[in-house]
Design a protein around this ligand. Structure first.
Ligand code: SAH
Length: 452
């Protein structure tokens, strides 16, 4: 047993779904951050619950062969990465195992499916095309950075190894400009101050959008600051002020004021051009997204006779890739602005066989089916909570030839695949993709086909 407050030595044997090390004693489990299977560690038990305990790492007694020195000097404080102490190849193995285990736990017949090694990156750094940082005042100085693990305290960082170096430069110039013009940082506790967050988006050809999230419309010298910022960092193509006056942990509000440039940037996937607005959802890791989507499209096996549904389509990225290969594509997405963007993107890329519907998938999909619009291939790419029951039930009634499931959460993926198995489908292929190196997140593409 583990006792709260006590120090003890444990051997780490596994990682849990949050990337925390797992050790066992007398059938009792303890989770310890920043440890790797194979480590012997001295830990302090910080909390005990009915079925498990939590521990803090005091020191590594004997390191695992999979342990490495973290590349980033902010790793011990920053809440952004969880696996920087782990060799990259081991991270990829961990992600594959995690997906496999989730399927086993959900009693999916995973041993008859092909489960491939996680598709990783050759250079797993500076991959993010979007970063959000908080802005705060500390000891009379403006600081900008991510939140500390588990808190809303800003960590002052010199740069982030996951974003491109131009973005690092832009953050530092902006910090200096805030000081030069006496712009205050917003303080959550008092509700006073102007700048809450900054969000930087970048495109494949290195065009930057710099978004300044403020607590009010009133942002003195905003145009001058935007101009100076874009002069200092020539990659900045547009600067946007976003207003978030609510007392919320959401980063952005709904109102945008363009301070410099067009207010949007363009990005490309599979030679398709997409317009990115400040609030647009776009996958964060460009090169891995291409691998993820190409796998989804390959699994879809579309021909010019096929009708394809892309459920949870966002701004239509997968839909437009599918449209080039299919007879007709229907995209469904809950966020109205994304559907407006999806339609514009279709037009811009001269794609005429894609139709988009704004609404809840669980409402729109049954409606389409009632109108006798049926798919040969259904692609779903739901948020973390997975597909709604009505979506799964409609797929089961419709009986498309193939279902391609793109997932950012292996546990809801396994749950939904189990339901599809019960509805006459067989799981054929499982491809984990590493979209977020150094974090515990894993994306997966699965192919299910109709049982004959
Ligand atoms: N396929 C897209 C987006 C995937 S993210 C891409 O790769 O870019 C999941 C999407 O599901 C988000 O755009 C989100 O707005 C949308 N969504 C969430 N709940 C939904 C629901 N109930 N019905 C339809 N779309 C939903």
């Amino acid at each position: 047993m583990f006792e709260k407050g006590k120090k003890t030595e444990v051997e780490i044997i596994d990682l849990n779904h949050e990337g925390k090390g797992v050790a066992k004693r007398d059938g009792f489990v303890v989770f310890v951050e920043k440890t790797v299977p194979g480590d012997t560690a001295e830990i302090k038990i910080t909390d005990t619950k009915k079925n498990f305990a939590l521990g803090n790492l005091i020191r590594i007694v004997k390191p695992s062969p999979d342990r490495i020195e973290p590349l980033c000097s902010h790793y011990s404080q920053c809440g952004g990465c969880q696996l920087m102490h782990m060799d990259y190849k081991s991270q990829l193995n961990y992600k594959r195992n995690r997906v496999q285990n989730e399927f086993r736990r959900a009693s999916v017949n995973v041993d008859e499916a092909a489960i491939y090694d996680t598709m990783g990156m050759e250079e797993p750094l500076r991959y993010r095309n979007k970063t959000a940082f908080s802005v705060a005042q500390k000891n009379g100085e403006t600081i900008i950075g991510p939140y500390e693990e588990g808190t809303y305290n800003t960590v002052n960082i010199a740069g982030c190894m996951l974003q491109n170096s131009q973005s690092d430069k832009a953050v530092e110039y902006f910090r200096q400009l805030m000081e030069k013009y006496g712009v205050s940082a917003y303080d959550k506790n008092t509700g006073k101050g102007t700048v809450r967050n900054i969000v930087i988006r970048s495109s494949r050809n290195n065009e930057l959008m710099f978004i300044i999230v403020t607590s009010t419309d009133n942002f003195p010298n905003s145009l001058q600051i935007a101009r100076e910022l874009s002069q200092s960092v020539k990659e900045i193509k547009t600067v946007v002020q976003n207003i978030n006056s609510k007392n919320t942990n959401l980063v952005m509000g709904y109102k945008n004021i363009t301070l410099f440039g067009e207010g949007t940037i363009d990005d490309t996937i599979d030679n398709l051009v997409f317009k990115i607005s400040p609030e647009t959802f776009f996958q964060v890791n460009q090169s891995q997204t291409e691998k993820l989507y190409s796998t989804a499209i390959e699994y879809a096996g579309l021909t010019k006779d096929d009708v394809c549904f892309d459920i949870y389509c966002g701004i239509g990225t997968i839909s437009l890739m599918a449209a080039r290969r299919a007879k007709k594509v229907y995209g469904v997405e809950i966020v109205e602005q994304s559907i407006i963007n999806a339609k514009e993107n279709a037009q811009r890329n001269n794609i005429k066989n894609a139709e988009f519907y704004a609404g809840k998938a669980e409402v729109v999909l049954p409606k389409l089916y009632k109108k006798n619009i049926k798919a040969d291939v259904v692609i779903v790419d739901p948020p973390r909570k997975g597909c709604e029951k009505e979506v799964i039930d409609t797929i089961k009634s419709m009986q498309p030839q193939r279902v391609v499931y793109v997932s950012c959460n292996p546990s809801t993926l396994a749950r939904d695949v189990k339901l599809l198995e019960e509805g006459g489908y067989k799981l054929k292929k499982i491809q984990p993709v590493d979209m977020f190196p150094w974090t515990h997140h894993v994306e997966t593409v699965c192919l299910l086909t109709k049982k004959v």
